[in-house]
Design a protein around this ligand. Sequence first.
Ligand code: SF4
Ligand code: SF4
Length: 384
Amino acid sequence: MIKSITGSAKCNTYERAKVVEAVLKAVKAAGGLPRVDGRKVLLKPNILSDAGVDRAVTTHPEVIYAVGKMILDAGGILSIADSPGAGIVYSPRVLKKVYHKCGIEKVAEELGIQLSYDTGYQERSFPEGNVMKRFTIINQACNADVIISVCKLKTHMFTHFSGAVKNTFGVVPGLDKPVFHSRFPDAIDFSEMLVDLNELIEPDFVVMDAIVGMEGNGPMGGEPREAGYVLASHSVYGLDISAQTLINMRPESIGTTMAALRRGLIGEVEVEGDEIVPILDYVHPSTYLPRAREPWLKKKVYRNLQRVGKMYEPSPVINTKMCIGCGQCARICPVKAVEIIQGKAVFDLTNCIRCYCCHEMCQYHAIQMKRSLTGKVVHRIINT
Ligand code: SF4
Ligand code: SF4
């Protein structure tokens, strides 16, 4: 059974000195950084979109700064890169805008490093994968000797939780991401794919910005919520288990953690440093099943329900007052179930696979997820 250690440090501010102190404490408690001296180190933040720094959508620049400084001080050759969320074109022009709005450009300047706008990618085969044998990976990840993930604590409508394992999805170039949603429309299969990707990439270390997380219907449409920690680990799976505990989620009910546990990639998780105190009223996404005792069995039931009439899972509903007709949801939808008609998004729910990419990428909070009456009844039955 693989054992991992999560380093934990309390921190309730993004004031630089305090964040640097907390990152140092959490990293040390986790056993220290991997060897970086003289090696090319990719620091991979979560840069979902150009939402800015205060909405808890992306890794806060102060945490990126603190980890970057540690890497440089330890003699690493640092680069910072990510491919933003599904449907965002992975091009130098778009990256420049996103890096600027998320504070990465400023952090790079302060650290004295050049940001690379190499947006090339490579095919990497992975015969050992459970559900995926081949991935397209951005050059910046392929060319690194060491990958340090600096993820953000967030809820997620589709996978329920977004932390270290989900952050690795950013090494897939932007417009390739929706293809995975159409290939793996079920969250369980999608989670298996994410674990395959993590086994291929093998992030060497992970630091989580859990100072202010996102609660509710993340990863874009939720609300910022102070969680008060920096966490660190050599194991993406172990760190996620600790973070799920922090926000009062059952690790066994999260697809990626379940897949990692079943594959024997993680066992016992020990916490060193500050005690992790669960936040009992942390708001979970409306798709999450808080009291599921047999999530895999119940998910099978949901799958069949979905196949019969898609009556269980919440469906996208447009708020026409908020929709500005930008078309981002239509561009991103992997099954082309969204059209812009007379300046507003219109959903074809018979084709919709409930992947929530449109909800994830709408910056205007114009898409809500609602259950039908039948879905609400089924949800209640399953959770009682
Ligand atoms: S729903 Fe959101 S993403 Fe879609 S067109 Fe309207 S504003 Fe743009
Ligand atoms: S309409 Fe939205 S939830 Fe439905 S398949 Fe398209 S992107 Fe996914």
